[in-house]
Ligand binder design. Structure first.
Ligand code: HAH
Length: 338
């Protein structure tokens, strides 16, 4: 089935229907350039950027919902669910949130009041239509020996900004599944920090229902054994797991090459084998995993073009730049069809 066009191949989300949802991150451009691919293969969509604080709420008294609403309308027109991303994050949050308007910093009460009003407005707007929210993104540190990530949220409001975010989100839509979401989630040291955070939240009675494993991985790392250990550890908290931002970069994290202009056969084979191993693992833990979302859909657009290495393209997905299935697509299909 080498040269088959998209219409002739099984839709990914259909193939995995009995196991978990298959999602993709989208933006206003890919909603148009990848429209057919998205409608055919994915039954969960996430806004790559359009529901982040800076996009929805650039100024204290101004909300902007046009692009987020467009995504909702597209998702609803093709019967896809929507994951909300993200309510509270140290990044892509405008500076006014943390300021008092007189050149100083906002105090804790003001910051929490702003958080509450942002969450109320956004979560209520999509109440009943967004089935899961990434409530807090990336609050855990990557530094060895440091637990929580230094941020203005933490500085000003203290540790319980995380608990508050979950409480506000739950009050605004008691039916939405609420997630803590992070990357390097399979690294053993960070895994334990995330575990500890979520365990604490549960002890405090936080309305948290799941852990989002971002899964920004590459051809070589993390080892399957580390991914498995992370899934087991998080699942032992009794929470749902969503894979929220899956991509498989062709490059090791410290590979700075810029002279690779097309993926080699060897890269594509390695990637297919990795995808197969990873999906085999996801299937093994399907009881715990509710959704597997890619941070994009096809190789014509990925946030990894130019990041973290400027001037370098990447090819992290199951569909190539022409939206045709790669070897990885065929390999993971075999897992459920054989
Ligand atoms: C993710 N961070 C974010 O959750 C997502 O919102 C964004 O679009 C892309 C990736 C991962 C990350 C990062 O942003 C910077 C450095 C390392 C990892």
């Amino acid at each position: 089935m080498n040269r088959l066009q998209n219409e002739e191949i099984p839709g990914l989300s259909e193939v995995f229907q009995a196991q978990f949802r298959i999602g993709a991150a989208v933006n206003p451009q890919t909603l148009s350039t990848q429209r057919e691919l998205l409608a055919r293969h994915f039954n969960s969509l996430t806004a790559e950027n359009e529901m982040k604080f800076e996009r929805l709420h650039p100024e204290s008294e101004r909300y902007v919902f046009e692009e987020a609403d467009r995504l909702m309308a597209f998702a609803e027109s093709c019967g896809a669910a929507v994951r909300g991303h993200t309510l509270v994050w140290h990044n892509q949050t405008p500076s006014w949130v943390f300021e008092d308007g007189n050149g100083g910093a906002a105090d804790r009460d003001r910051l929490l009041a702003r958080m509450k009003s942002h969450i109320d407005t956004v979560v209520s707007r999509y109440k009943g239509r967004i089935y899961a929210w990434d409530v807090v993104n990336e609050a855990v540190s990557d530094q060895s020996g440091e637990w929580l990530r230094p941020s203005k949220w933490l500085d000003i409001a203290g540790e319980d900004f995380i608990l508050k975010a979950f409480e506000y989100a739950h009050a605004a839509d008691p039916g939405a599944l609420l997630f803590y979401n992070d990357y390097n989630e399979s690294d053993p040291e960070k895994r334990e920090k995330i575990y500890r955070l979520v365990q604490r939240l549960l002890e405090q009675g936080a309305p948290i229902h799941g852990i989002g494993l971002q899964a920004h991985w590459n051809l070589f790392d993390p080892p399957i054994a580390d991914i498995r250990a992370a899934i087991e550890r998080y699942a032992s908290l009794g929470l749902k797991l969503h894979v929220t931002e899956l991509d498989l970069s062709m490059f090791r994290f410290d590979d700075r090459r810029t002279d690779v202009t097309a993926p080699s056969t060897e890269m594509l084979e390695l990637q297919a084998a990795r995808y197969k191993d990873i999906f085999r693992l996801f299937l093994e833990y399907r009881e715990h995993i509710g959704c597997v979302t890619f941070w994009g859909a096809a190789d014509d657009y990925t946030w990894l073009d130019d990041f973290p290495v400027r001037g370098r393209k990447n090819w992290p997905f199951l569909f190539d730049a022409n939206h045709l299935p790669k070897q990885g697509y065929r390999d993971i299909l075999q897992l459920v069809q054989s």
